[in-house]
Design a protein around this ligand. Structure first.
Ligand SMILES: C[S@@+](CC[C@H](N)C(=O)[O-])C[C@H]1O[C@@H](n2cnc3c(N)ncnc32)[C@H](O)[C@@H]1O
Ligand code: SF4
Length: 301
């Protein structure tokens, strides 16, 4: 079955230093703010879809019609996994969301530390509003996960945060060891908390001679096996890595060509398009790290 990764909006109230939206702002001194069109999206993904609501450049909860978006997808029996920083919404807002979600859904809260440290990476995060959200969701039907990224300033709090997650009623405490340190190593924790993939990324970038065997995972048995990506503008990409700002305007899926937007396409129409087919076909040929469209977009054999 085809799964989707959706970016409901490219809006966010935070400015995490290693987020793509922060990189874009620091580099170009502007922001691209969009919200996905609910009607186009619901029609495009159809019933029973598995949807990760996350995105490269925003936080789903800041879509101005987020409840309606979830409600329409739930009416279509879709399973939703919402990824959020959890800040700046009222208890009433969260209670309304609680009524819409069911046992097939999940919310992952990205909380990188305790009250005194979370905002050091999650800049502008509001601890009290995150706690209000969690309190409002104490009685619920769906799964709730605390995702914690270790940094230099919070690595000493991992155990305490895990304990707090239990007291607050989370179903899972998940340590996400980041591989995203290029350019901002001052935030890096001890090596034991850094994803080993970082070494590979460093090598790919600095050493043209470096080679390692790759096995891209975006197609298996001639079917897309990764999540198909739809960004806040409604543009379709075979995977979210090529939907990042760094790649977006260079690639054959450039929105300028206007061929791959959910506004006027069907999923089958897009998957049958020669350029999409060619893309998936060509990934089968990628064997080395330098050929892959992004250094993350493949697993080392
Ligand atoms: C752009 S965010 C969108 C969702 C939401 N705004 C959030 O932050 O969870 C995409 C994903 O990147 C994760 N993320 C943010 N900073 C990261 C980092 N330095 N390393 C690894 N993942 C990171 C987020 O937790 C989230 O799972
Ligand atoms: S909360 Fe998510 S979208 Fe917002 S700045 Fe941080 S990583 Fe980016």
């Amino acid at each position: 079955m085809v799964n989707f990764h959706i970016e409901p909006t490219s809006k966010c109230t935070l400015e995490c230093p290693l987020c793509d939206r922060t990189w874009f702002y620091e580099t170009f001194k502007k922001r691209n703010l969009h919200e996905i069109n609910i009607e186009h999206l619901v029609k495009f993904v159809g019933p029973n879809a598995q949807i990760s609501m996350c995105g490269n450049n925003g936080d789903p909860i800041y879509h101005s019609r987020f409840h309606q978006l979830c409600k329409k997808l739930k009416d279509n029996n879709c399973a939703l996994h919402i990824h959020t920083n959890g800040s700046a919404k009222t208890k009433a807002w969260w209670s309304k969301l609680n009524q819409i979600l069911n046992k097939d859904d999940c919310i992952t809260f990205a909380i990188d530390g305790l009250e005194d440290t979370n905002h050091l990476y999650r800049k502008n995060a509001k601890w009290n509003s995150i706690m209000n959200a969690i309190e409002s969701l104490k009685e619920r039907k769906f799964k709730m996960v605390w995702q914690f990224i270790p940094f230099k300033h919070n690595q000493h709090q991992i155990l305490a945060a895990g304990q707090l997650s239990k007291e607050l009623g989370f179903d899972e405490f998940k340590l996400l060891q980041s591989d995203r340190w290029l350019g901002k190593t001052e935030l890096m924790p001890d090596r034991e908390f850094v994803d080993s993939y970082y070494e590979h990324q460093e090598e790919v970038l600095i050493s043209p001679k470096y080679s390692t065997d790759m096995e891209p995972y975006c197609i298996k048995n001639n079917e897309p096996s990764n999540q198909l990506y739809i960004d806040a503008e409604g543009d379709f990409y075979p995977c979210c890595w090529i939907g990042t700002y760094r790649y977006k305007f260079k690639h054959i899926f450039s929105p300028k060509q206007n061929k791959f937007n959910i506004k006027d396409s069907t999923l089958n129409g897009i998957l049958q398009n020669t350029k999409v087919k060619d893309f998936f076909e060509s990934t089968k040929q990628f064997t080395s790290a330098h050929e892959c469209c992004k250094i993350q977009c493949g697993v080392k054999k």
